[in-house]
Write a protein of this length. Structure first.
Length: 135
């Protein structure tokens, strides 16, 4: 549970710290409202997970798994609506922009996705997040 809380905090921080500068470096319009809605959802999941620290037993396990699914779904939407469009636009540019923030974002994003994949491997089900990695 603590690993999941830490991971959600890292994703929240990561989106705020690296994604906006990457967009700006590339000269692209950053939709702060869209990203803010995703970080709000991640923040809600974090709060809920912190409440779970005080709960024991089967309820805690079931709700934790539900939070993992919700976190995965939010990150899937972030990847689809914010990350992939950024990389698509950069790929179409003839002159490549300053890539420092984009490289940092990619490195941290992929590390978090690898950590999330470990959390998503349940006994009876595996939720694949490898498709959200950036190549």
């Amino acid at each position: 549970l603590q690993k999941l809380i830490t991971l959600s905090v890292k994703f929240d921080h990561h989106l705020g710290m690296y994604l906006m500068p990457a967009y700006i470096d590339c000269g692209l319009k950053y939709d702060h409202r869209l990203v803010e809605s995703y970080t709000t959802q991640i923040g809600s999941i974090q709060s809920f997970l912190r409440l779970l620290e005080k709960v024991d037993g089967v309820t805690r396990e079931l709700v934790t798994k539900e939070c993992v699914v919700k976190l995965r779904n939010v990150l899937q939407q972030v990847h689809k609506n914010v990350v992939r469009p950024l990389y698509r636009e950069v790929g179409l540019m003839k002159k490549k922009p300053k890539m420092e923030n984009l490289d940092i974002f990619q490195e941290n994003w992929n590390e978090r996705m690898a950590e999330l994949q470990k959390v998503c491997d349940f006994e009876y089900q595996i939720l694949d997040v490898k498709g959200f990695m950036i190549n």
